[in-house]
Design a protein around this ligand. Structure first.
Ligand code: DC
Length: 230
């Protein structure tokens, strides 16, 4: 009996659309690994913060990158992220790193460095990679491309709930504003801006609950595997 070939699944979309939840679920369901490309930008951004390197300075960021190792270890609950061997999984979710990651990711040389590493992770297949440019740049030949989106008001609301900020209007407004600014930078940058690949299948999660989004994503993958005879 031959072992079924494993494909590459690209999941792109803006912050707060639910990419990680769906990618983690699909990974468990299929026995694939889920790799969070955004965590790599976050890790380099953290290193820049720690070394007083400006996230707006591509040359300095690239010399920092030359001595940087970023490792993603897929776990049931998402990626464990190691920066030069140190576990930074929690730290990279904080606000200063989130903001710096979005700035660091604007520079073409930084993106090229990331893309090279991300492609190496997908060589064997069996990978679900989530991000902003996975279906367009990193894996343009991915067998499945999903573009997961939701209205900005819905995504902002989810972010506020996740952060338990419903009863703190000032904090909630700050979170909404952060998301809007990040969306703006991610979609308007010149290098690989957030765009659906022409052949991506869109899921709008604005009016769907998690189970419905998961069911739709599973259906998309199952149809493709069947089509490929896998
Ligand atoms: O997905 P995330 O929020 O962890 O991503 C952090 C930042 O990195 C986000 O502002 C956009 C950027 N990013 C990117 O430019 N390309 C990717 N493939 C993934 C993330």
């Amino acid at each position: 009996m031959s072992i079924a070939r494993k494909i590459v699944i690209a999941i792109d979309g803006p912050a707060g659309a639910g990419k990680s939840t769906i990618a983690n679920h699909l990974a468990r369901h299929l026995g694939y690994v889920n790799l969070e490309s955004g965590a790599m930008y976050r890790a380099l951004a953290l290193k820049a913060i720690e070394h007083n390197v400006s996230p707006e300075d591509p040359a300095a960021l690239m010399s920092l990158a030359a001595t940087t190792t970023i490792t993603l270890e897929p776990t049931e609950a998402g990626n464990r992220v190691l920066l030069d061997g140190r576990d930074v999984s929690q730290r990279i979710r904080e606000r200063d790193v989130t903001d710096a990651a979005s700035r660091v990711s604007q520079h073409p040389p930084v993106r090229a460095w990331m893309v090279e590493r991300q492609r190496a992770l997908g060589l064997q297949g069996g990978v679900i990679m989530e991000g902003r440019d996975i279906g367009t740049v990193v894996f343009p030949n991915a067998e499945v491309k999903i573009f997961l989106d939701a209205d900005s008001a819905v995504r902002e609301g989810r972010r506020v709930t996740q952060a338990n900020a419903q009863d703190d209007p000032a904090r909630a407004e700050k979170l909404r504003q952060d998301l809007r600014e990040r969306d703006h930078r991610d979609t308007t940058r010149t290098a690989a801006p957030l765009r659906p690949a022409p052949d991506a299948i869109h899921i709008d999660s604005s009016t769907l609950n998690i189970d419905q989004v998961i069911a739709r994503a599973e259906q998309i993958v199952a149809e493709k595997l069947k089509y490929l005879g896998l």
